[in-house]
Design a protein around this ligand. Structure first.
Ligand code: SF4
Length: 389
């Protein structure tokens, strides 16, 4: 039986972090309930709405079993736990469901004992924490709501409530970060023994306030205190070495796990397995087609209330774009890709495309297996650009 992942997008936050380039907003809490209701309705009515929009679910997906759910955002932990329970209930009613991993993204300051206990009762067994740093000066500069003390308050609450898997996110490249403060964040993180760790490099693009300042040479949002690219690459490499020493398995460019705790849901994205997304801006992939809902939360709610499917982009993948995804997403995983298998599947010869990358030491080859060279992961984007030329 095909296994299906479900992603639920909750696009609300308490403030806007300076580096954030997501489509999220700070709204009155009175908008949470209608939003959660709209998500439940979209889940229950998805087949009819897809049919209207001409989205065709392949045979195998019609009776697929949902084994992973990921509630991301935004800050889904802001929603009342009854809303999260209702959303999970709508999934159980509308699909064959045998959940093995149900993740909630949470910010430390939103965690309370009663809420955490209600999350566990609703079926949530994994919490992904946006910590970003253990250093208050960096958290303040980034516009985060939580402080280091909130992390130490929240983690025992989650453990006591029975959350089995905790994942921590850190960002390399926040304003004021130094070699020493980065090391401090890594050491404090490891001492709390999360099962999973994600490390992202600060993204500099026009989608965030800080990114704009950096691109235009401005100084607001502590832009002058942002580490340079070489420093960020060094932070990433320090993390690679540190986490290996702390017993974490590096399985995807940005992700590490204690053995057996790799994210089952996120692996679906990198392995091009099917998933359906619900909520404003949520993306879906059927195996042959990708589509995404409109980002605007208010527009999303009114579309659902008036019986429309809020799909904004829809793309049937050509063999060429499917192949590009196969290479790009496959190489993000440290196990790499099996070139012969992909060549057979797509009827193309690819070995020649990798020769210059192998000669430059950017990828490693072992028989028909190709993977990014572990020492060059911090420049993986450059490798992908070369490969897609
Ligand atoms: S909490 Fe996350 S989604 Fe919300 S503003 Fe900050 S970075 Fe963006």
């Amino acid at each position: 039986m095909t296994r299906l992942g479900i992603y639920v997008q909750v696009p609300f936050c308490q403030t806007k972090c300076t580096y954030c380039n997501f489509h999220t907003g700070v709204v009155a809490t009175s908008r949470f309930a209608p939003y959660a209701e709209a998500v439940c309705r979209e889940i229950r009515e998805h087949k009819e709405r897809y049919a209207e929009k001409g989205v065709l679910l392949p045979e195998g997906l019609l009776d697929a079993e949902v084994d992973t759910v990921y509630m991301g955002g935004g800050t889904p932990s802001l929603l009342d736990s009854s809303h999260l329970r209702e959303i999970l209930g709508a999934i159980r009613e509308s699909f064959a469901a045998e959940f093995t991993e149900v993740t909630l993204e949470a910010d430390p300051e939103t965690v309370e004992s009663e809420k955490a206990a209600a999350w566990v009762r609703a079926g949530i067994n994994r919490v992904s924490f946006g910590l970003q740093s253990f250093v208050d000066k960096e958290l303040i500069a980034a516009g985060r709501m939580h402080r280091r003390a909130d992390i130490y308050r929240a983690v025992p609450i989650l453990r006591a409530a029975g959350i089995r898997i905790i994942s921590f996110d850190l960002i390399a490249g926040l304003p004021y970060q130094t070699k020493e403060s980065w090391r401090q964040s890594l050491e404090e993180l490891a001492a709390l023994e999360p099962e999973h760790v994600s490390i992202y490099l600060l993204e500099i693009d026009e989608g965030s306030r800080l990114g704009k300042e950096l691109l235009w040479g401005g100084g607001r949002y502590s832009a002058g205190a942002v580490p340079n690219e070489d420093e960020m690459a060094e932070f990433y490499e320090t993390a690679q070495e540190f986490l290996r020493g702390a017993g974490y398995h590096h399985y995807e460019i940005s992700n590490w796990a204690k053995p057996g705790f790799e994210s089952k849901h996120n692996l679906k994205y990198w392995r091009r397995a099917p998933y359906l997304g619900f909520g404003a801006g949520a993306h879906s992939f059927s195996g042959t087609e990708r589509w995404a809902n409109a980002h605007d939360a208010a527009g999303y709610v009114s579309a659902i209330q008036s019986g429309r499917l809020p799909v904004e982009q829809q793309e049937k993948l050509t063999a060429e774009s499917a192949l590009e995804e196969e290479l790009f997403l496959g190489l993000r995983q440290l196990d790499g890709i099996d070139l012969s298998q992909i060549e057979r599947e797509y009827g193309v010869a690819l070995a020649g495309r990798f020769d210059p990358l192998a000669s430059a030491g950017l990828v490693e080859r072992e028989g028909s297996l190709v993977r990014l060279a572990p020492g060059r992961l911090s420049i993986s984007n450059e490798v992908f650009v070369e490969l897609m030329r």
